[in-house]
Design a protein. Structure first.
Lengths: 450, 136, 292
C-alpha cells in the first residue's frame, strides 16, 4: 500500500513544474467552489441583477474548471513514469511490482476523476439534478475520459512531431467529447463498456507483459528486421536531414485529420452571442503553432552540423532558419488551403477568412522563432514567452472570430504581433551567436533526426 | 601489516598464509598479537572475505593462530615452540626453488651457490632481520 | 550445509531459433562472490536474466531461494537485488524521489545505509536524474539495489562507467555485503582485475556455455603456463594433453595447459625429457589464453 501511495505522490509532485500545477489546481478548485457556494448567487445569466458582470461571472465559474484541468495535468508524470517502470527490469524485481504500479495508475486516475466529477457535479446542483445520480455518471465519464487522456499523453511523449500533433488533437477531444454524456438522458452504457474494456486491456497488458513479450516477440523481431530502420526519404540536402526538416508532408497532411474531426463536430455550432469565440479558429491556431514547436530541437541538432562544416554559429542560425522555413511553408500552406476549404464549406464570410489567414501565418511565424529561441533547456524566459504568445494568439482568435470587431483594430493588432515576431527573431539570432552546446545537450528523449 | 598482490600469479590465500606464518615464526608478530578482523582485512586490501576466513581457519588448524571467543584472532602463544624444524623448512621450499632456478639459469654450480649462501648468512644477523622485513 | 540461494541445472535458452545459452549448471551459496566473465555476446546477460526470472528457460531450470525463478513469489523478491547494465531510472525525478519510490516497495529499507553511501560516493540526492552524469546514474542504480539489504545481489556490468575511485568504493561495499557470510553477490564485469580481487567463484561463459564454473583458486591451479627447458633439445612434437597453446623458442618452450594438477608434473617432465617450471597466470591472462 505504501508503494502505491508513494508512486501516486511522485506522479503529482515529481517535478517542480508539476507540483506547482497540482497545487494551483487544488487551490483553484477549493477556492473557486467555495466562492461559488458562499457568495451571493451568480444569477446574471438568467437576466436577474447580480453583483458581478457577465465576464466576472464567467471567470468565477471557470476557476474550478481550470483548477480541475490543472489537477488532471498535474499528474501528467503518470503515463511516462509508470510506463518507464513497467517496461524496465524493476517490474520483474520489485515485490509485486506490476500489481502495485497498475494500482497506482488506477488510483491516480480514480482520484483525479473523483475530484473532477465532484467539482462538475456541484455546477449542476443548481440546475436541480439529484447529486448522487449526477455524481455517479460524472465519475464514470470522468474515469473513462481521463484514462484515455493519460494514454494520449503517453503517446505524445513518445512520438515524433506528427504523432504529437495528432496527440494534441486527441487530448482536446477527450476533454470535450465526454461532456455530452454528462447530461442525464443519454445512455451511459457505451461509457461503461469503454471503461471496462480500457482497464481490462491495461491490466492484461501490464500483468501479462512478460508472457506476451514471449509470444509476440518473435513476430515483432521479424517485422522489425523487415520494416524497421530509418529511411532517408525525399532526397533533400544533408542540412535538412540533420535538422529533421527533410520531409514536411507527413506533418502537413497529418493536420487534415484534426481539422476534419473538428469541422465535423463543430459544423452545427452557432455561437449565441455575436462576440463568442469560434472554436474552429482556436483549433487552427493551435495547429499553426505546433509546427513551430518542432523548431525547438534545432539548436541541439545544429551541433552535429557545426562539427562537420565550416559555418560559424551565426551562419548556422541562417541555415536553420532557412531549413525550418522551407519545411514550415508546406505545413502552413496546407493549413491555409484547409482553412479556405472549410471556410467555403461552412460558408463563412470572406472578410473573416482573410483575417484568419493572416492570424495563422502569424501563428506559425511566432512559434518558429520561439522555437529557435530555445537554445538551452526550457527556462523561465522561454516558458513565459511561450505562454504569453499562446495567450495572445488565442485572444486574437477570439477577437478575430467575432463579427463585431472593426478590421482596422485587427490589422493593427496583427502588425503588433508581426513586430513581436521580428523581436523574437533578433533574440534568437543573438542567442545562436553565443550558442553553448553544453547547455543544450541532446536528451535521450530527443530522437535523432530521421 | 601485510603486502598482498592480487594480480601476481600466486593465489591471495597462499600469499597471506605464508606471510602470517613467516611473521609468526620470526617473532615479528609476537604471540598474543591481535590480527585484524576478517571484514577489516578484506576491506583494507579489497579482497574476498572468504579468502581471509579460509586463511584464518587454515592457520588455526595448524596451530599458528588462536581463536578467542568474541575477540579477534591472535597469534598462538606456543606457536614457535610447537612447530618442528622440518615443518618450518617446508615454508622455505618456494624460496629455495626460486634460488635454484635462478642459479641454474645463470649456469652456476651447486658449490658456488652454497658458498654464497654461507656468506650471506654470516652477513645478516638477528637485528637486521627485524630491520629488513616490513613491520607495521 | 546451508541452503544455496541459487541453483541451476542444465539451463538453456534459445531465441528465435538461435541458441544463446546451453547446459549451464551452477550454485550460489551464501557468502559467495561470483565473478562472471565472458566476451560480449557470449551469453552473460542471458545467464543473469535467466537467473532473475526475466525470461523462462527453454531447457533445464533455475531456482532462487527454492522457487523457480520465473515464478518467484513477491515475498522472495524482497531478498533479491539487481543492477541492470543500462540504468532504468525515471529521468524527471530527483535522486531522493527515485529512492523513495523504490524503497516503498520493500518491507525493510536501510535509510541510514543509503544516506551514508550517498555521502561517501558524492551523490547529491537532491539533483535531478536528468542532469546526472553516467557515472552518477550508475552509482544511484547500485544504491537502489543495496538499500533493502538483499540476500542475493546480482549486478550486470556495474562499474563500466565508474572512475577508479568510485570502483574501489564499490568493491569495498561488495566486500561489506559478503563479509558476514550470509549474503551472496554475483557480478559480471570486463574489469578483470576487480573480479580477481573479489571473487571466490568464477563463471566463464564461452561460446554460449559455462566453460568454467567453480572455485577461483581451483581455476588458477588448473590453467597454468608451463615453461619447458631442455638443454639437450626439445622433442619435435610437444604432446601435452589439454594444451591450449604452444610457443617454442630454441631450446625452451611455453605451453599453456588446462586441467593441470601437481601430479602431472613429474609424469610430463619424464615423458618429454624436459624440465618444467609452473607459472600461475593472472585471471586476465587465463581469460585471454582461453580465447586465443
Amino acid at each position: 500500500m505504501k508503494a502505491v501511495a508513494r508512486l501516486m505522490l511522485a506522479y503529482f509532485t515529481g517535478t517542480r513544474l508539476l507540483s506547482i500545477v497540482t497545487a494551483l489546481g487544488l487551490i483553484a478548485i477549493v477556492g473557486g467552489s467555495a466562492v461559488l457556494f458562499y457568495l451571493p448567487p451568480l444569477v446574471a445569466q438568467h437576466g436577474l441583477p447580480s453583483r458581478f458582470s457577465l465576464a466576472e461571472e464567467a471567470a468565477l465559474q471557470m476557476a474550478p474548471v481550470a483548477g480541475v484541468l490543472c489537477f488532471i495535468f498535474g499528474a501528467s508524470l503518470l503515463p511516462s513514469m509508470s510506463m518507464r517502470l513497467v517496461t524496465s527490469h524493476y517490474a520483474y524485481v520489485l515485490p509485486y511490482g506490476r500489481v502495485k504500479l497498475l494500482a497506482s495508475a488506477f488510483g491516480t486516475v480514480a482520484l483525479v476523476s473523483l475530484v473532477a466529477s465532484t467539482t462538475v457535479t456541484l455546477f449542476f446542483m443548481d440546475a436541480g439534478f439529484p447529486f448522487l445520480l449526477m455524481f455517479r455518471r460524472g465519475f464514470l465519464v470522468s474515469l473513462t475520459s481521463n484514462t484515455i487522456l493519460y494514454c494520449v499523453l503517453w503517446f505524445i511523449g513518445r512520438s515524433s512531431s506528427i504523432g504529437k500533433l495528432l496527440g494534441v488533437a486527441a487530448a482536446v477531444a477527450t476533454l470535450v467529447v465526454p461532456l455530452r454524456y454528462q447530461v442525464p438522458g443519454t445512455s451511459i452504457t457505451p461509457v461503461w463498456i469503454a471503461c471496462a474494456l480500457l482497464w481490462a486491456t491495461l491490466t492484461a497488458g501490464v500483468l501479462l507483459a512478460p508472457r506476451m513479450k514471449l509470444a509476440y516477440g518473435g513476430t515483432r523481431h521479424s517485422l522489425a528486421q523487415r520494416f524497421g530502420g530509418a529511411s532517408y526519404r525525399g532526397g533533400g540536402r544533408e542540412v535538412d536531414f540533420m535538422f529533421g526538416t527533410a520531409n514536411p508532408w507527413p506533418l502537413a497532411l497529418g493536420q487534415i485529420v484534426p481539422i476534419a474531426i473538428a469541422t465535423y463536430y463543430l459544423r452545427d455550432y452557432h455561437p449565441y452571442a455575436a462576440d463568442a469565440p469560434n472554436p474552429l479558429l482556436a483549433v487552427m491556431t493551435i495547429l499553426s503553432v505546433v509546427s513551430g514547436g518542432l523548431t525547438a530541437v534545432a539548436a541541439t541538432r545544429a551541433r552535429a552540423l557545426w562539427l562537420r562544416t565550416h559555418w560559424t554559429r551565426a551562419e548556422l542560425f541562417g541555415r536553420a532558419e532557412r531549413a525550418f522555413w522551407g519545411h514550415n511553408c508546406f505545413v502552413l500552406g496546407v493549413l491555409l488551403v484547409a482553412l479556405v476549404a472549410v471556410g467555403s464549406w461552412l460558408e463563412l464570410p470572406t472578410r473573416m477568412l482573410v483575417l484568419w489567414l493572416g492570424l495563422l501565418m502569424l501563428g506559425t511565424t511566432l512559434s518558429t522563432y520561439l522555437g529557435l529561441i530555445v537554445t538551452a533547456s526550457l527556462g523561465w524566459t522561454e516558458c513565459v514567452l511561450a505562454a504569453a504568445t499562446m495567450v495572445a494568439l488565442l485572444m486574437m482568435s477570439i477577437y478575430t472570430g467575432a463579427a463585431t470587431t472593426p478590421p482596422a483594430t485587427i490589422v493593427a493588432l496583427y502588425a503588433g504581433l508581426a513586430v513581436a515576431a521580428l523581436a523574437f527573431r533578433q533574440l534568437a539570432a543573438r542567442r545562436w551567436a553565443r550558442l553553448d552546446w553544453m547547455l543544450c545537450r541532446a536528451d535521450s528523449t530527443v530522437r535523432p533526426a530521421t | 601489516m601485510f603486502i598482498l598482490k592480487p594480480h601476481s600469479g600466486v593465489p591471495i590465500y597462499r600469499q597471506l598464509s605464508e606471510q602470517i606464518r613467516r611473521m609468526a615464526a620470526s617473532g615479528q608478530l609476537q604471540p598474543g598479537t591481535e590480527l585484524p578482523s576478517i571484514r577489516d582485512l578484506a576491506m583494507q586490501h579489497a579482497i574476498n572475505p572468504m579468502t581471509v576466513s579460509k586463511v584464518y581457519s587454515l592457520l588455526e588448524a595448524e596451530g599458528v593462530l588462536e581463536r578467542n571467543r568474541g575477540k579477534p584472532m591472535t597469534i598462538a602463544k606456543v606457536a614457535r615452540a610447537q612447530s618442528p624444524a622440518p615443518k618450518r623448512l617446508q615454508q622455505l621450499e618456494p624460496h629455495l626453488e626460486q634460488l635454484v632456478l635462478a642459479a641454474r639459469q645463470l649456469e652456476l654450480g651447486e658449490s658456488d651457490v652454497a658458498k654464497a649462501l654461507r656468506n650471506t648468512w654470516e652477513k645478516t644477523d638477528e637485528r637486521s632481520v627485524r630491520r629488513r622485513t616490513p613491520a607495521r | 550445509m546451508s541452503v544455496p540461494y541459487a541453483v541451476a541445472h542444465q539451463l538453456g535458452k534459445a531465441f528465435y531459433g538461435k541458441r544463446v545459452l546451453e547446459n549451464a549448471s551452477f550454485t550460489v551459496e551464501p557468502g559467495d562472490i561470483v565473478g562472471v566473465l565472458g566476451k560480449n555476446g557470449a551469453g552473460k546477460t542471458t545467464l543473469l536474466e535467466l537467473m532473475l526470472g526475466f525470461t523462462p528457460p527453454t531447457a533445464g531450470g533455475v531456482e532462487l531461494f527454492g522457487h523457480a525463478s520465473y515464478r518467484l513469489p513477491g515475498a522472495a523478491k524482497a531478498r533479491l537485488g539487481f543492477v541492470p547494465q543500462q540504468d532504468e531510472l525515471v529521468n524527471q525525478l530527483t535522486a531522493a524521489d527515485q529512492i523513495g519510490v523504490i524503497a516503498s516497495f520493500y518491507p525493510r529499507w536501510d535509510d541510514a545505509l543509503v544516506t551514508r553511501l550517498a555521502r561517501e560516493w558524492e551523490l547529491d540526492l537532491g539533483e535531478r536524474i536528468k542532469g546526472m552524469s553516467v557515472g552518477q546514474r550508475q552509482k544511484l542504480s547500485i544504491l537502489l539495489a543495496l538499500g533493502h539489504r538483499p540476500d542475493l545481489l546480482i549486478l550486470d556490468e556495474p562499474v563500466a562507467s565508474l572512475d577508479p575511485v568510485a570502483r574501489r568504493q564499490f568493491l569495498e561495499q561488495i566486500i561489506d555485503v559478503a563479509a558476514d557470510g550470509a549474503r551472496a553477490v554475483v557480478f559480471s564485469s570486463h574489469i578483470v582485475s576487480d573480479v580477481e580481487r573479489l571473487a571466490n567463484k568464477i563463471w566463464i561463459v564461452k561460446d554460449h556455455r559455462l566453460y568454467w564454473q567453480g572455485d577461483f583458486d581451483a581455476l588458477k591451479d588448473s590453467i597454468v603456463r608451463l615453461h619447458l627447458r631442455a638443454p639437450r633439445g626439445l622433442p619435435d612434437t610437444i604432446a601435452i594433453p589439454s594444451a591450449l597453446s604452444v610457443q617454442r623458442n630454441g631450446s625452451s618452450a611455453t605451453v599453456v595447459v588446462r586441467d593441470w594438477s601437481d601430479g602431472l608434473h613429474s609424469e610430463t617432465a619424464g615423458k618429454l625429457g624436459v624440465e618444467i617450471e609452473v607459472e600461475q597466470l593472472t585471471l586476465e591472462d587465463i581469460f585471454l589464453e582461453l580465447h586465443r
